[in-house]
Design a binder for this molecule. Structure first.
Ligand code: COA
Length: 285
């Protein structure tokens, strides 16, 4: 899909890069010539991913344990990376989410998810952004958002409010920092099977069938599709895309939003027949 050197000489940090979508993006970016840093909370997971991807891609990848909720830890990590050379791209992918009835959530539950998703994104973005601005050099930020930021979503309220904030940050800074060479975009992925998300968000395997039915394409997205979109958005070829949130969900959220979509699916042939005008529809030329 891309030229092999698309991301050559790009130094990239992916938060939550040890597993799931972050790991898939890390692999793709390495294949396209980038130099990678991945961070996450679990050193052993990061180290295993770095070793695996080093072997499979032959690329340069370094693991940095860091909890993005902790501003001092983020600042120390970014300073250590910068000591080896400035980053070109920051991908805020680290997330936390679970299904829960909101009235049963503790304050700690809210703080945990908002701390990772919104505050974590803020910490890394400020640490990189200030350095880019001070040096008068450009940079790219790619945030991993979600499709339910404008509609909200029941049962994942900490995530919905945190991702909505992340999206506001994306669009605000795209404007504020755009004239100084910093581009900021987001991807809003729909359902893509990963261990982290599906173990927390799909309580029973049968629910997968319903989830696929709710999607116009009748399937889930793949990590490859996600990683390719991410690679495009951070590449120089996407240089005029700024402040955009690119939805990648097979049309799922639109299907949920259309007033008549579900009703239409319920109608029988006979009912469609009754609603047709008596005059036959024109035949195609
Ligand atoms: N339902 C309700 N509350 C929950 C919960 C759940 N399933 N899981 C955790 N919590 C609450 C805890 O009770 C705790 O609250 P408290 O401080 O009031 O006791 C708080 O959240 C923090 O939980 P803790 O176990 O200390 O973990 P953490 O802060 O290290 O964990 C999570 C972060 C909760 C987001 C955890 O699910 C996680 O590590 N997820 C990482 C990956 C992920 O979520 N991926 C999916 C992305 S779509």
């Amino acid at each position: 899909m891309f030229q092999k050197d698309l991301l050559e000489r790009k130094r990239i940090l992916i938060t939550g890069g040890g597993t799931g979508l972050g790991k898939a993006a890390a692999q793709r970016f390495l294949e396209l010539g980038a130099e990678l840093y991945i961070c996450g909370r679990r050193q052993e997971v990061l180290a295993a991913t770095a070793q695996e991807l080093r072997q499979t891609t032959g690329g340069k990848i370094y693991a940095r344990p860091c909890d993005v909720r902790d501003p001092a830890a983020v600042e120390a990590m970014i300073a250590a990376i910068w000591a080896e050379g400035p980053l070109d791209v920051l991908m805020n992918n680290a997330a936390g989410n679970f299904l829960a009835r909101t009235e049963e959530l503790s304050l700690g539950a809210f703080q945990s998810v908002i701390g990772i998703v919104l505050m974590g994104t803020l910490h890394t973005t400020m640490a990189c952004g200030r350095r880019w601005l001070a040096a008068g050099r450009g940079g790219v930020v790619l945030n991993v958002s979600t499709t339910y930021t404008t509609t909200g979503s029941a049962y994942v309220v900490p995530s919905a409010v945190a991702k909505a904030g992340m999206q506001a940050l994306t669009r605000s800074l795209a404007v504020e920092w755009g004239n100084r060479g910093i581009r900021m975009n987001a991807i809003a992925p729909g359902p893509i099977p990963t261990e982290g998300a599906f173990s927390r968000l799909l309580a029973r395997p049968e629910l997968e069938v319903d989830a696929k039915k709710r999607n116009p394409l009748g399937r889930f997205g793949t990590m490859e599709e996600f990683a390719n979109l991410a690679a495009f958005l951070i590449s120089d070829g996407a240089g005029y895309i700024n402040g955009e949130v690119v939805t990648m969900d097979g049309g799922e959220w639109l299907q949920g939003a259309g007033e008549f979509t579900a009703l239409g699916r319920e109608l029988t042939e006979k009912e469609w027949e009754m609603m047709r005008p008596k005059k036959p529809a024109p035949k195609p030329a």
